[in-house]
Write a protein that binds this ligand. Sequence first.
Ligand code: PHE
Length: 323
Amino acid sequence: MDEILKEAKEKIKSAESMEELNKIKVEFLGKKGKVSLLMKRIKEIPPEERKEYGKAVNDLKKKIESMISERAEDLKALEKRKMYEKMWVDVTIPGARRKTGHEHPVMRIWREMEDIFVSMGYEVVEGPEVEDTWHNFDALNTPEWHPARDEHDSFYFSDDLLLRTHTSPVQIRTMLSKKPPIAIVSPGKVYRRDYDATHLPVFHQLEGLYVDKKVNVGHLKFTLSEFARKMFGESSKVRLRPSFFPFTEPSFEVDVYLEGYGWLEILGAGMVDPEVFKNVGYDPEEWSGFAFGMGIDRVAMLKYKITDIRELVKNDARFLSSY
Ligand code: PHE
């Protein structure tokens, strides 16, 4: 019995799994197990010793049983721990970053331009993209023979309805609905029949209009210089060159000086033509103003050094993500 107890003790101690332990249980306590065999041999024992013998075998059985259940507890705990180890997750590891998009370069410049003019007290006004020829041309003093009115240059729906060729009609709409002083910028989509490395049939403009008493070219130049410095940096400056627009007199092409580039033509501008004031019912003797307009896409190209404007509308994520 001592030997059996010793053997059982060692085996139970070294059992590494519940499966192994169950086998040991069968080996000692099963129907044909070592302890059961001892019990069966009780017949061979002299009658007066049987009671003591039986008690000894029973004790052995109980000892082994309790050793097995003790070990079973240990093994269950061990198995649980192993399972938790397998399931363990390091919650402190930074997660895999999900790729997100960002503002399109044109939209970013659009917003930056708006912000600059809003900081100077301008209001942002938008208008319809489908315009009538009166708002798009006539009210802006654009004569019948002007090339911009040609079907080759503009998208017409009918004789007097078209996709606006510039955002200047928003200035007309604003002056018709409001009394001066006026300080607005009108950003938005405009349409022309053009398509090459520097022109898109749909592009974006931001135009400005300032109307008050005694406005002069100095105010215009100051405003655009401020804009250039905020948009392109402190070293940036502007220069005006004489030009022609039907709706301004005098008119200018405005060049912006960009470090590393030199002078670049970015804006059209001028003093609002008295004829335009008359068309919206303003007295040109009392009111004066300036207007300017520029391509948002063109500024985006300059700022981000993009050479082919068509890249902006290809929607190639590899291209866009680099801006
Ligand atoms: N409307 C002009 C254009 O589209 C730009 C401009 C606006 C010029 C205002 C002068 C004054 O080219």
